[in-house]
Design a protein. Structure first.
Length: 161
């Protein structure tokens, strides 16, 4: 146990000098919740497993950019081709056509987030040698705690009323 604590503290000393990960806080929460639930994960092992589990999220900014880039091009094409002379039904049809790529890319992003969630549950399960249900509950609790903290911080700095 002493060796794990030293490894944990060494990691944070190195991170203070060179911060690379914003996910550190959620992994710390997962680590301590796992320890409270009698898990036996090593911090570095859990950190690397969660890192691999979050890999699909790398594609989210690309999908967001593509979905936002597709909308103005569709609106430009609409204005160019119709010269403002269209009926309500035609406008609805064209707007459906314009937003279809954004909706499809949004569904792909949702699938990537769910895949990352499933990989995170598997990472916690295997690192702590938990059941799938216990690992799922730990991941959800960490997500709720993190969401609550971020919401409070956004309220404190005045971004959210």
């Amino acid at each position: 146990m002493v060796n794990e604590v030293e490894e944990f503290l060494l990691f944070f000393r190195e991170e203070e000098e060179n911060p690379k990960s914003k996910e550190k806080s959620s992994v710390v929460l997962l680590y301590f919740i796992g320890k409270a639930l009698k898990g036996n994960a090593k911090f570095i092992g859990l950190l690397s497993a969660i890192g691999y589990a979050r890999f699909p999220l790398i594609f989210l900014p690309i999908l967001g950019y593509l979905s936002l880039a597709s909308i103005p091009e569709g609106i430009k094409a609409l204005l160019k081709n119709t010269k403002g002379q269209i009926s309500h039904e035609q406008a609805m049809y064209i707007m459906t056509y314009i937003f279809t790529p954004a909706i499809a890319l949004g569904l792909i992003a949702l699938a990537l987030m769910l895949w990352s969630l499933a990989l995170s549950v598997i990472a916690v399960r295997e690192s702590n040698r938990f059941s799938t249900w216990r690992a799922f509950c730990s991941v959800i609790v960490v997500m709720l705690i993190t969401t609550f903290i971020v919401a409070k911080l956004l309220k404190v700095i005045g971004v959210v009323a």
